[in-house]
Write a protein that binds this ligand. Sequence first.
Ligand SMILES: [Zn+2]
Length: 128
Amino acid sequence: MSGEKYAVTVRSSFSAAHRLLEYPGNCEKLHGHNWQVEITVESGSLDSRGMALDFREMKTALGEILARMDHKYLNEVPPFDGLNPSSENIARHIFDRMEGKIPSPARLSRVAVWESEDAWAEYSRPGR
Ligand SMILES: [Zn+2]
């Protein structure tokens, strides 16, 4: 087995409002962000087209997930009606929904969520 690894990343964005519960500060008040989202997929091999995973497929799958949150008040959208809509929780939620959409042998390795240009959260976990 070679240690080769390819990583492919796509970026997309969505706009939404949220408020952070139990947070002493401005983020407890209703406000909005233009979140940037990056997903990275890794694979040890390429398909017959020379791709780890088609960027277009990744963008389509990510777009479906983000559409549920775009222009919404996140605190009312499951699972954030019972889970604080922090960038960390948003990243994990996107990871959970995205993981099953990635065909083997590729695997989702990372989701990063930018709340602003200079502040972001990342989520990853070991593959199954
Ligand atoms: Zn915020």
